[in-house]
Design a protein around this ligand. Structure first.
Ligand code: PLP
Length: 420
């Protein structure tokens, strides 16, 4: 089943037996001289520029300057797996591959597209989604993208629309679906019930004969601010749930650890393998290793080393929690302010309960017009994501700025109403 889910490129990929394998063997066995490594060393350490090293006083040259393995530093991969198991109880006992290090989640999504998506393959996405999926899956791989409405009119998640879209195209074919919670741009995470129903839809489609690839984009994992909503990754629930369902988890340090420029993400698989998961994991790792080798070669060594140190440091968890609390305070302020009845005829919020963002639907003028007016006449930057909706990142607003921002937004919409 897993083989059938792979793209033509996915089937072709392999990890080359060349310099990398020979270097690995030499690293293990060349006790006297090792002349295989593609870097320059002196005194057993990589040669480095002190001007660079001074910036990273606590780091050893060997943690900064050499190449990292194509699939990432083994210690970091294990630490990340342990961390995932700790925060995702539903992953316990599930057979999953060891995470492979990617250059951020974007790279992980791109690996996933190369592995599973041929031109014309079906990809289900909500109507409110991270725009880059179109580039990665539509433009680069020629996916046939079908969208469903994320929200129903009552203000919850439109699970029925997802079910209809899925069952409407499943009929024994391969279907990819990207599930991103907390969602960008809406900042919505499903309730536990909605999440269970979404997972059930995918299992039902697999049961009906479709080959399902569920791509779980956990970019904003952990940033949930309400009770009764999904706190764990949907990957845990989907892993091993059906022999025709492959689950792929994309996550990383980018947002979870507030290191956007580090470019460190991870990709973890639970392939539709029907009892042969272990051997399939080996094959996937080689394919992914080959793909990384053939595109970016390997991911940033300094960033991986720094992340290992951070994850092992005693303050790591607490510092993460503190930052999450800070975002939660901003979320609560937005929630308190945005529902002010004064604003109701200018804009109304879409459901939000997590992440970095929230969206408002503008009433009257188009969202792009409001965005430009806000920018030019009020010096306020927001994102217009379609003709009606604006995305507001409370992740980069101080709590004290929230009310003022919505007051300005209100004024801007009112200005334009009387403009026409
Ligand atoms: C939903 C979603 N997925 C993936 C990414 C990409 O993350 P990275 O910067 O690690 O490539 C982003 C970044 O904004 C995102 O919003």
């Amino acid at each position: 089943m897993f083989y059938a889910a792979l793209s033509a490129l996915g089937r072709e990929l392999y990890f080359p037996k060349g310099i990398l394998t020979q270097t690995a063997e030499a690293k293990r066995d060349a006790h006297k001289y090792n002349a295989t490594i593609g870097i320059a060393t002196s005194g057993g350490q990589p040669i480095y520029l002190p001007a660079l090293m001074e910036l990273l006083d606590d780091m050893k040259p060997g943690e900064i300057f050499p190449y990292a393995p194509a699939t990432g530093l083994p210690e970091l991969r294990s630490l990340w797996r342990d961390h995932q198991l700790e925060v995702n109880s539903e992953m316990e006992g599930k057979v999953c591959s060891l995470p492979v290090v990617t250059s951020g989640l974007t790279h992980g999504l791109s690996i996933c597209a190369d592995l599973f998506c041929d031109a014309g393959d079906l990809l289900l996405l909500p109507d409110m989604m991270w725009g880059n999926y179109r580039m990665i899956y539509g433009v680069r791989r020629g996916a046939d993208i079908r969208q469903y409405k994320l929200f129903n009119d009552g203000g919850g998640m439109n699970v029925e629309a997802f079910r209809r879209a899925l069952m409407g195209c499943a009929d024994g074919r391969k279907v990819l679906a990207i599930l991103n919670y907390p969602n960008n741009p809406t900042g919505y995470t499903p309730t536990l019930e909605e999440a269970r129903e979404m997972a059930d839809c995918l299992i039902e489609a697999a049961e009906s004969g479709a080959n399902i690839v569920a791509v779980i984009d956990d970019a904003y994992f952990g940033l949930v601010y309400e009770e009764g909503i999904l706190k764990e990754s949907l990957f845990g629930r989907l892993a091993g749930s059906h022999p025709r369902l492959t689950a792929v988890k994309l996550d990383g340090a980018t947002k979870e650890d507030y290191v956007w420029g580090f470019r460190i993400g991870f990709i973890t698989f639970s392939p539709a393998a029907d009892g042969e998961a272990e051997s399939v994991h080996g094959a996937i790792e080689k394919k992914v290793g080959g793909l990384i080798r053939g595109t970016i070669s390997n991911c940033s060594m300094p960033a991986q080393s720094l992340l290992i140190k951070a994850m092992k440091s005693p303050g790591y968890r607490q510092q993460k929690e503190e930052r999450c609390r800070l975002l939660k305070e901003r979320y609560e302020e937005v929630k308190a302010v945005v529902n002010d009845s004064r604003y109701a005829h200018a804009f109304s919020p879409h459901p939000f309960n997590s992440g970095y963002f929230m969206c408002v639907e503008v009433k009257g003028p188009g969202a792009e017009k409001v965005r430009l007016h806000l920018l030019r006449d009020y010096g306020v930057g927001v994102i217009s994501i379609n003709e009606r909706d604006l995305r507001i990142a409370f992740s980069c607003l101080e709590r004290e700025q929230v009310r003022d921002l919505f007051d300005i937004l209100y004024k801007a919409v009112e200005d334009l109403k009387y403009d026409d």
